[in-house]
Write a protein that binds this ligand. Structure first.
Ligand SMILES: [Zn+2]
Ligand SMILES: [Zn+2]
Length: 251
């Protein structure tokens, strides 16, 4: 339980101009983070199936970025798309080796442009199968009603496999009934001991690391802070360590 103010140190779901409906560069994002107490920044532009996505070259070339910009640790990431109920994502077999060698953070989402909303059972199946992919870190903005799923089954599987559920500030700001849906997801996470991460999904730098609606919801629901990955450097770095073990690689 937390009655004070959360101290967020990371924002692991942000976009840059590489996704064409976002408007800031990685340099602008990093400078903003350095001025606002955000020490870890996930650069997670859209996987190639989205209309606004960069080419595969974008991801293959992420390795040229410095590890730190303005003192902020930059994680080379992606917001990949689930493409089917088998839980496949738009990191295709011929690119897997290259991508997974470079990517340090893998957010995954259901987007209408890529995955046609289906039944609750189908969405649940897609999420559960997704977790067979050891590189996947976070299930993002899963509160959308059109992608209803079995919260209990999926959050339980995430807890068992050490994966994260996202609380997405942008959805709380703009989504329909998002707060109500997230309340139920958070209940399931608390029940199953599932860790969450709070992210901005920023498409412009001034939104990075700002989570007023998420904070409000976390306080209303008295969500246990020990399950929030990005309010503690220890928890975030602990997760990164467990990720390295999971994928069998020292990144
Ligand atoms: Zn998204
Ligand atoms: Zn996004």
């Amino acid at each position: 339980m937390n009655n004070g103010k959360f101290n967020f140190i990371a924002d692991m779901h942000t976009h840059t101009v590489a996704s064409t409906h976002a408007y800031s560069t990685i340099t602008e994002n990093a400078v903003w983070c350095s001025q606002n107490g955000i020490k870890y920044l996930g650069m997670t532009d859209h996987g190639v199936s989205m209309q606004d996505a960069p080419d595969t070259w974008h991801f293959e070339n992420l390795k040229i970025l410095p590890e730190y910009l303005s003192g902020v640790r930059i994680f080379r990431g992606i917001e990949a798309n689930i493409i089917d109920t088998d839980g496949n994502i738009d990191i295709y077999p011929e690119k897997e080796a290259i991508y997974y060698n470079i990517l340090e953070w893998v957010n995954v989402s259901l987007h209408v442009q890529v995955f046609k909303p289906a039944t609750k059972a189908d969405h649940t199946k897609a999420y559960l199968n997704l977790l067979k992919n050891k590189y996947v870190d976070v299930i993002c903005h899963s509160e959308a009603l059109k992608y209803d799923y079995d919260f209990d089954a999926v959050t339980k599987a995430c807890a068992e496999q050490g994966r994260l559920i996202e609380l997405n500030e942008c959805r709380l700001e703009r989504g329909v009934n998002s707060a109500e849906r997230y309340k139920r997801i958070l209940e399931s996470c608390e029940k199953n001991g599932t860790s969450i991460i709070v992210s901005s999904d920023a498409h412009f730098y001034t939104h990075i690391g700002k989570f007023p609606l998420s904070e409000k919801l976390l306080k209303e629901t008295r969500f246990p802070e020990e399950l929030i990955i990005n309010t503690s450097e220890d928890r975030l770095l602990g997760y990164i360590e467990s990720r390295k073990k999971r994928i069998g690689k020292d990144i």
